[in-house]
Design a binder for this molecule. Structure first.
Ligand code: ARG
Length: 563
């Protein structure tokens, strides 16, 4: 039920010469809700009607059927519509109670696939805060697209191939210790990698040895392959601990290496389409007409292929394998040039699905206002940070609710959720400063604040021993509950907009507003007072909790019933 349509219908009756689309465009939501829920600006007609806007407003009022509304008023040059709160709240609460978690579920995406390239860390390298953002944003987008009925495929496009593995194998052969790698894979492999790079500076012959190892790896040499497989496995084990902590899963771990045998086809295709040019022994694609200064390098003179070649093979493979309706890449904004190039080449190749590829970038995270830098020691180590977040959540829960059963699980849901929520509430193109204290706070626009509102409602419902009756009609008409009703009503549209813009922040903001409106209601109203509206108030609480929990789920957060 769209209340805007309800109002537009009346305006069209009164002003037949205005087109439907024009009416919808003109209708606005008054800044102050004392001026109604929708307003039509009569001055938009002043020119054609050659009348004062005030008179036009009066005239419109005479022509419309106001029985469906609480009231309709001409105030100056506006026609203000006050929706029938009792009727609308009853219909909406009834709908949410009946549909439960399915409220807002759409079928728009039924039978269509969305692939999401997300997380995608590099083997033997630390998992960065950028990878965390990609993981959390990608996971939320998957939830959002599923809510619209799409099937999602979450792909962890691991950085598991490249010359660096020649160096790493060489380093391991020289100094590596199996036990140490097993214990702390990333830390140990990174140290080996740093050490071999330093050594190569002093002794350039080593570079030739490393190249030889990479050549062996590419040719399938058993020792090289086994070591690479093992580095990959151990790194993945370590990444998996983090994914378990975050509660994120993947449908595919096909990374860069998976495309080793799929790049020759790309080079052939480009060549057959007449797009490849030779430039100093290398193969390139000219992209001048797309505004690129330099051509895209596809194959080097030594035969090596590049990141872009791999991503071309990846795009084609995903189209064939999943026949995606949308193919999303959640990758930091520093790779914008790469993805622009990728799309330009696919377009040149004549693929009409190029426009279904959506690069979804995000901004940088800083700490203490400064850029993160391993060299300058300004780093965020993810595992200890998550542990610290859980710890802080536990402290606050202990202070608020020392007898809580299941304290550890709740602290985990709150602590880890806090980090996710803080990331997602920021418009993704904006970066943010990593401030653990602000993230885990129960006050302000935080995950714990929203989770706490949900838990508070559950506690009210328990205390009142309320369970909804699907046959009953629950209606309310006070101002505070009306704010909640409007937000609940906006939920399905918010999900659609979040998907359209690839922007989970819209869901996070919806959650914050809903929690805030509920807390105002709670402060203002004696919810369980024994009077005829008691059940309606409790039903509104129930519907609010249902939608808050859905908001949180779409963001990848749990909603504990008690905290
Ligand atoms: N491994 C890359 C990195 O850490 C991200 C890969 C993104 N996905 C892709 N298909 N290029 O920067």
């Amino acid at each position: 039920m769209d209340t805007k349509d309800l109002v537009a219908e009346q305006i069209r009756k009164a002003v037949p010469d205005l087109e439907a689309a024009a009416v919808t465009d003109l209708l606005e939501i008054p800044k102050n809700s004392d001026m109604g829920d929708w307003a039509f600006p009569a001055f938009s007609l002043a020119k054609t009607w050659r009348k004062a806007p005030q008179l036009i407003a009066e005239e419109i009022i005479q022509k419309i059927d106001s029985s469906q509304f609480e009231k309709v008023q001409a105030v100056g040059p506006y026609v203000n519509f006050f929706l029938d709160k009792s009727q609308i709240s009853a219909a909406l609460i009834g709908q949410v109670l009946a549909e439960g978690a399915d409220y807002g579920q759409e079928k728009i995406g039924a039978g269509r696939n969305v692939t999401i390239d997300m997380s995608s860390p590099n083997i033997a390298k630390p998992f960065s805060i950028g990878h965390l953002r990609s993981t959390v944003i990608g996971d939320s987008l998957a939830q959002i697209f599923q809510k619209l009925g799409y099937k999602t495929v979450k792909i962890n496009h691991l950085g598991d191939w490249g010359k660096q593995f020649g160096l790493l194998i060489l380093a391991y052969k020289k100094w590596g210790q199996e036990e140490a790698v097993k214990e702390h894979p990333i830390e140990e492999l990174l140290q080996l990698y740093v050490r071999i790079n330093e050594e190569v500076q002093k002794n350039p012959e080593l570079d030739e040895e490393a190249r030889e190892w990479f050549r062996k790896l590419e040719e399938g040499d058993e020792e090289a392959q086994n070591l690479w497989q093992w580095f990959r496995k151990e790194s993945l084990l370590e990444f998996s601990q983090l994914y378990d902590e975050l509660g994120v899963t993947f449908d595919s771990y096909n990374g860069e290496a998976f495309y080793n045998d799929k790049m020759a086809e790309i080079v052939d295709l480009l060549s057959a389409k007449g797009l490849l040019k030779e430039s100093q022994g290398a193969q390139v694609v000219d992209l001048e007409k797309y505004g690129f200064e330099h051509p895209a390098l596809i194959k080097k003179s030594d035969g090596a292929t590049l990141y872009i070649t791999r991503d071309l093979a990846t795009a084609l493979y995903r189209k064939r394998q999943y026949d995606f309706a949308k193919s999303i890449y959640v990758v930091g904004s520093e790779q914008a040039g790469h993805f622009k190039q990728l799309k330009a080449i696919l377009k040149e190749m004549g693929y009409d699905w190029t426009d279904d590829i959506h690069y979804v970038p995000f901004g940088l995270v800083t700490k203490g206002g400064k850029k993160l830098s391993t060299r300058k020691g300004n780093i965020i180590l993810l595992e200890p940070t998550l542990a610290e977040a859980v710890n802080r959540a536990a402290q606050q829960i202990n202070a608020k609710n020392p007898d809580l059963a299941d304290k550890e699980a709740v602290a985990h849901a709150v602590g880890v959720g806090a980090i996710k929520f803080y990331d997602l509430k920021t418009d993704r193109m904006n970066g943010y400063d990593f401030d653990l204290e602000a993230m885990v706070s129960f006050e302000g626009e935080t995950g714990p604040y929203v989770q706490y509102a949900h838990a508070r409602i559950q506690s009210i419902l328990r205390k009142a021993a309320f369970s909804p009756d699907t046959g009953a009609s629950y209606s309310l008409n006070d101002k505070e509950s009306w704010e909640i009703v409007k937000l609940i009503q906006n939920f399905p549209d918010t999900v659609k907009r979040a998907a359209d813009r690839f922007e989970p922040a819209l869901i996070a903001k919806h959650a914050i507003h809903l929690a805030q409106s509920f807390n105002k209601y709670y402060a203002h109203t004696r919810i369980i007072a024994a009077d005829p509206e008691r059940d309606s108030r409790l039903a509104l609480c129930y519907a609010t909790a249902t939608v808050l929990k859905e908001d949180l789920r779409l963001l990848g957060l749990e909603a504990p019933n008690e905290m």
